[in-house]
Design a binder for this molecule. Sequence first.
Ligand code: CP
Length: 338
Amino acid sequence: MHLAALHTPSQIQLNQDGHLKHFLTIDGLSKETLTKILDTAQSFFNDQNQLITNNLLEGRTVMNLFFENSTRTRTTFEAAAKRLSANVLNIDIARSSTSKGETLRDTLWNLEAMATDIFVVRHSSSGAAHFIAKDVCPHVAIINAGDGRHAHPTQAMLDMLTIRRETKKKFEEISVAIIGDIKHSRVARSDVAALQTLGCKDIRVVAPNTLLPYGFEEYGEDVRLFNKMEDGIKDCDVIITLRIQNERIDSPALSSQAEFYKMYGLNKERLALAKPDCIVMHPGPMNRGVEIDSSIADGAQSVILHQVTNGIAVRMAVLALAMQGQLQEKGLLEAIAG
Ligand code: CP
């Protein structure tokens, strides 16, 4: 599927009451929907800033279906589902019958027949989660855990939660620089969409032209391109650094990693150009010494590990909201998120 087809705002994500049904992409969702996710995620922290547990999804089955490797996303979805008291099944794709020629559709239908309520899907093909969402029973929710270079909506929402919690500023007031391999990054695409929807007016994309996506100019006037890193991060409130997605690059975009570090690596001298309280984020996995220096990754302004914790809260929120219809019948969700 061409990425442009996936940009079309899609009603497939919402039920007839306008509530989240599937979570496939940020595109097409309203500021109210994104804010609801953030507020619900925040409600899963107690007064001591610790994640809570509850029984919102007791009796529900969440199936993690990862056709591509993951450390953070798969594990935090599992942690989130368990904190909501759901049954969690992690499917070992390498040992599944997909290796015997079974189609994705047949695999899905068989797993669906095991009383699954929510599939969390990661796939290397852009559009895989959309494809599956069109094909499942009406009561089943699909959550996109990253599809090719298209979208990673829960990563975007955990990034937004991190920005909100750490800067304590409104999205309208902050400048955000996203640095590195924008072209192959589903995180960059989803982050830009979430920032725009939440009202951020100063989004800076910092990259060489070889790592910019086609059609970049269509992102809108609140997104500006900077080829020179020093200009792009000046007076920023938030810096998001990105890994070079070598697995999605079919022709050399750079002469070397050393060259990338020289031009775009985040180090002390460069970070000093941003605001003194600028936070540093990275979705992981990090390549230390390529896009970020270890002194910054482990430094006082880094919130990289906070992103991981916030990822559990956001994934709890998305899992709960995807079951909102059933939970509302039981009067549970409103009691939690207010
Ligand atoms: N940020 C992210 O998606 O990391 P994983 O690939 O480890 O899930």
